[in-house]
Design a protein around this ligand. Sequence first.
Ligand code: GTP
Ligand code: MG
Length: 174
Amino acid sequence: QAEALDSKQIRIKLVLLGDSGVGKSCILLRFVRGQFDPSSKVTVGASFLSQTISLQDSTNVKFEIWDTAGQERYASLAPLYYRGAAAAVVVYDITNPETFLKAQFWVKELQKHGNPDIVMALVGNKADLENEREVSHAEAQAYAKSNGMFFIETSAKTSENVNQLFEIAKRLPR
Ligand code: GTP
Ligand code: MG
């Protein structure tokens, strides 16, 4: 197929950061396998997965994804994974304001110590739990905007906006 031969290939190193329990591993499982695990186990250290998607312009994007562990005891490992990353996805849980504060901590850390060209996305996960919402869409969107970040609310459970999140690839320099 001519289209396949002509298509451009790019690789994107992406890191997932955020408090324990916000759903980073579930978002990744949804994106890579189309599945949801309600009894997902906490990540120990970090885990690595890759996934290739095709953009509308037929560019193939291979994501090389580090899923970091959100538990405090692993916080000092994070730089190993975000250094050299082209994209960082900072996740919080819309039902838990503490996780939104933790997300802001990671944004500051990335601004201080990450690759200066890093593309950052702020993700409010568990959007299916609308009736338990404690972080407003407007507040998070304003925070993301003031920090030059892409913003989206997702649900790993229902799959809402999970593929759209990875369209962050379109915002990266080719
Ligand atoms: P660490 O590995 O400790 O950093 O946590 P994590 O961010 O990887 O969390 P994980 O993906 O393991 O999900 C934690 C819990 O949240 C699990 O019980 C999931 O089933 C649940 N969960 C994840 N995503 C969603 C979602 O979109 N909606 C709902 N309702 N629950 C979710
Ligand atoms: Mg995890």
